[in-house]
Design a protein around this ligand. Structure first.
Ligand code: HEM
Ligand SMILES: *[C@@H]1O[C@H](CO)[C@@H](O)[C@H](O)[C@H]1NC(C)=O
Ligand SMILES: *[C@@H]1O[C@H](CO)[C@@H](O)[C@H](O)[C@H]1NC(C)=O
Ligand SMILES: *[C@@H]1O[C@H](CO)[C@@H](O)[C@H](O)[C@H]1NC(C)=O
Ligand SMILES: *[C@@H]1O[C@H](CO)[C@@H](O)[C@H](O)[C@H]1NC(C)=O
Length: 385
């Protein structure tokens, strides 16, 4: 397996901080010389123009998965520089602002899996599931780079349309409606922190969580945000990928943003919520979870208010129509089917490196999907290697 040496090498690079990234990534140029220093990863590096990268297998779990100080001296928070990209995910934004991810907000799937494991202790299969979902829909399959926000030339030349390699901000792929602190795309900005919505999160935490965000608050806020969108967004869409992820992301603040030294009655203070969601910053002295986590608690959120996938039909508000063909919690493999269909839609007839990497990345993603969703029939739209 190539995984072990790579993980080892990456760890070594983080520790020594003196080797050039081009040593670890032979296909990458390191225009700025040393990129990995004691202050985290400075910037991404675009692959050499025209030369694709052979999509490597995702990293395995780190050797140590326990409690750890992650807001440490090697990963100081730094304010955004001109051109740094951030997006709808407070987890990835925070990891980039602390240098667990390249601070410019452009990263390889390998860097993302390593960062969410190292910095927030996400469980390995869940980390691969989320990362490759984002990368397959929004990343550049030739250069192996994904923007955690908007489209940027830093991910390299985009493959031919309809592919876009547009980054995680692209609406209707991973990013979707009824976010907790991000407005629906219909209102103009789908990815930035929205103070009005954060105020609502605070209000719900006061009403249902005694001033803290916990799973009870998550259940109420999830339902209420759906109702908001039904009443105000004529283009509200809430199905397939979005339906599933919308529930998962409501428990992430409890599972990942609460200090790992708190092991019972886990609940997020509003100060710490603002730190992650708004400031993209670990609270002082922040320790990651003391064990690998993913979407624990999601059943409680789903059970609080059962709701079926669908959307507002005919461009009218208050016109929610259920879509019985959507992925839901009874038909979880439809999530896989819909994403594969989406990828085929983006890449109707790939060739060369693009085709090879699509086959590889779909394979890596399937492996995690099959474990997480408990057995799905694998599809091979681009054939096999
Ligand atoms: C430890 C890992 C992660 C944590 C703690 C995390 C946390 C969150 C949270 C709390 C939200 C909800 C934001 C809101 O609605 O206000 C969110 C949204 C999002 N995350 Fe992450 N995330 C993680 C990993 C990832 C990964 C690996 C990807 C993809 C590569 C990703 C992509 C997104 C996207 C696209 C959204 C926006 C969905 C929407 O439209 O609301 N996240 N994440
Ligand atoms: C914030 O969200 C609210 C509610 O969805 C929306 O009406 C408003 O336009 C958003 N504000 C900004 C600045 O995007
Ligand atoms: C998301 O929001 C930005 C504006 O903030 C906009 O440029 C983009 O078009 C929006 N939607 C899509 C389709 O990505
Ligand atoms: C959330 O906090 C409220 C208020 O303290 C409490 O009644 C509720 O049981 C908590 N929910 C969970 C899941 O801990
Ligand atoms: C998918 O998962 C099922 C059940 O968990 C298992 O029997 C099957 O071998 C897996 N398929 C592949 C191709 O890994």
């Amino acid at each position: 397996m190539l995984l072990k040496p790579f993980t080892f090498l990456a760890a070594l690079l983080f520790t020594l901080g003196s080797l050039s990234i081009s040593f670890a990534f032979p296909n990458f140029q390191a225009p700025n010389g040393d990129l990995l220093r004691r202050q985290g990863i400075e910037d991404s590096t675009v692959s050499q123009a025209g030369h694709g990268v052979d999509a490597p297998p995702p990293p395995g779990p780190p050797s140590f998965t326990g409690l750890k100080l992650v807001n440490d001296r090697d990963h100081p928070w730094k304010p955004l520089r001109k051109g740094d990209v951030r997006g709808p995910c407070p987890g990835l934004n925070t990891l980039a602002s602390h240098g667990y991810l390249p601070r410019d907000g452009v990263a390889t799937p390998t860097q993302i899996v390593n960062a969410i494991q190292e910095g927030l202790n996400m469980e390995n299969t869940a980390a691969i599931l989320a990362t490759y979902l984002g990368h397959l829909l929004n990343g550049n399959q030739v250069t192996d780079l994904l923007s955690i926000g908007g489209k940027t030339p830093k991910t390299g030349p985009p493959p031919p349309a309809p592919a876009h390699a547009g980054g995680l901000n692209v609406h209707g792929t991973f990013e979707g409606d009824a976010g907790l602190t991000r407005a629906d795309e219909f209102f103009g900005d789908n990815h930035s922190f929205n103070q009005t919505l954060f105020d609502k999160l605070v209000d719900f935490s006061n009403r249902y969580g005694g001033g803290f965000y916990n799973y009870t608050v998550a259940g109420e806020l999830r339902y209420s945000r759906i109702q908001d969108s039904i009443a105000t967004n004529p283009q509200f869409s809430f199905k397939n990928v979005r339906y599933i992820t919308a529930y998962g992301e409501t428990v992430f603040p409890v599972n990942f943003f609460v200090d790992g030294r708190v092991t019972t009655d886990r609940k997020l203070s509003m100060e710490d919520a603002a730190s992650f969601f708004r400031d993209m910053r670990f609270p002082p002295d922040f320790h990651r979870s003391d064990h690998p986590v993913s979407n624990q608690g999601v059943d409680q959120v789903i059970a609080a208010h059962s709701w079926l996938p669908g959307g507002n039909a005919d461009g009218k508000v208050n016109n929610y129509v259920v879509d019985p063909t959507s992925a839901d919690f009874e038909h979880r493999c439809r999530l896989y089917d819909r994403v594969v269909e989406g990828v085929v839609g983006l890449y109707p007839s790939p060739t060369g490196i693009l085709k090879r990497n699509l086959i590889k990345n779909l394979q890596y993603w399937y492996t995690a999907v099959n474990v997480s969703l408990g057995g799905c029939t694998q599809l091979f739209p681009f054939g096999q290697l």
